[in-house]
Design a protein around this ligand. Structure first.
Ligand SMILES: Cc1cc2nc3c(=O)[nH]c(=O)nc-3n(C[C@H](O)[C@H](O)[C@H](O)COP(=O)(O)OP(=O)(O)OC[C@H]3O[C@@H](n4cnc5c(N)ncnc54)[C@H](O)[C@@H]3O)c2cc1C
Length: 309
């Protein structure tokens, strides 16, 4: 790696070389990133992306690593872990609604759990989603009938330290587990913060709703390491049912297994490799296509050498 690039990077943050991505993904899987730096503020996030841009080094923004499968070969270039997590004081909008601006590295579930006891409603559905707010915008994260698009007003995005643009939610093409960030148009942009519109409600009722959703999630999801739903549901059928019907419940390749508890989850039983998970994904896609003529589309993003392109 170019020494001038590394020197400039080190002025912006502490840099680790050949950092195993298995330490930074909920799957616990992934080969090394050439260089790895943590941004603890928006300014640091911008500074790091700016250095990468100036040196034409590819970079990858990591939220909580809860929706990615990183290849065994790892990630070439720079990984920037985004931990910018400031929340601004809510601004009253009238009609009992409030505007909350939060930086993109904040934990989505943490934010939901903080807002509810304060009597701010709109994010309860997110209380069990382990990603960052930035990652939630990218995928229009959702659960239990709610999704980010319901309360997202706008985002601030950048592609260098000098250019920041504000985009309204309706410019982001938010859809079922996707957006203009996943479909290419905004792919190069880094989300700095998001503005959410929330509503005043009874704190006790909101806290009770969160407890109810926690219990439902605990009953439905496996405990082993995973990255949430592997495939998107098709318009007609939930992905888990299709995978179950082709006989793959509990099927194992290496240390990766289609969860016996929830067949749209692949779990890392102990030392699974990315290639094991990928092989299970391909097997599920082939069997479902053969039997039902339907193509399962991955919800989990495949990242890194060997998965590119
Ligand atoms: C146990 C479990 C349960 C889950 N349940 C749900 C669920 O109910 N509903 C649901 O929708 N999802 C669920 N997920 C999936 C996941 O939590 C969400 O997709 C989440 O929004 C991903 O956020 P992240 O910060 O972890 O993103 P990462 O996995 O770190 O990154 C995903 C992508 O987003 C990009 N990205 C992240 N932050 C930024 C940023 N600031 N700017 C630009 N690009 C960025 C990354 O570069 C990458 O391309 C679950 C996952 C797990 C492990």
């Amino acid at each position: 790696m170019n020494s001038q690039f590394l020197a400039e990077l080190r002025q912006a943050a502490t840099v680790r070389l050949s950092e195993p991505m298995s330490r930074h993904t909920t799957f616990g899987i992934g080969g090394p990133a050439d260089a790895y730096a943590v941004a603890r503020s928006e300014e640091q996030l911008q500074a790091l992306t700016d250095v990468a841009h100036r040196h034409a080094v590819p970079f990858f923004i990591l939220g909580s690593g809860s929706n990615i499968l990183v290849s065994d070969g790892g990630i070439r270039g720079l990984v920037i872990e985004n931990r910018s997590d400031r929340i601004d004081q809510p601004i009253r909008q009238g009609n009992g609604s409030l505007l909350v601006r939060a930086q993109s590295g904040i934990s989505l579930a943490g934010l939901a759990r903080r807002l509810s006891p304060a009597g701010l409603s709109g994010l309860e559905w997110a209380c069990g989603i382990p990603g960052s707010l930035g990652g939630a915008v990218i995928y229009n994260a959702g659960a239990y009938g709610g999704c980010l698009a319901d309360c997202l007003r706008s985002v601030r995005v950048t592609n260098s330290s000098t250019e920041v643009a504000e985009l309204a939610a309706n410019e982001l093409a938010l859809g079922y587990r996707g957006s203009a960030f996943t479909r290419g148009v905004l792919q190069e942009k880094v989300i700095l913060s998001a503005d959410l519109i929330l509503h005043e409600d009874d704190p006790q009722a909101l806290t009770a709703r969160i407890a109810e959703l926690d219990a439902r999630r605990q009953a439905a999801q496996p405990r082993e390491r995973n990255a949430g739903s592997v495939f998107k549901n098709t318009p007609e059928h939930p992905a888990w049912r299709l995978i179950d019907q082709v006989g793959l419940r509990g099927h194992r390749i290496g240390d990766a297994q289609i969860s016996p508890k929830h067949t749209n989850f692949i779990v890392n039983c102990s030392h699974a490799r990315a290639s094991d998970v990928k092989a299970l994904m391909v097997l599920a896609q082939e069997r479902v296509e053969e039997r039902f003529g339907l193509r399962l589309e991955p919800e989990v993003m495949l990242v890194g050498e060997g998965f590119d392109g």
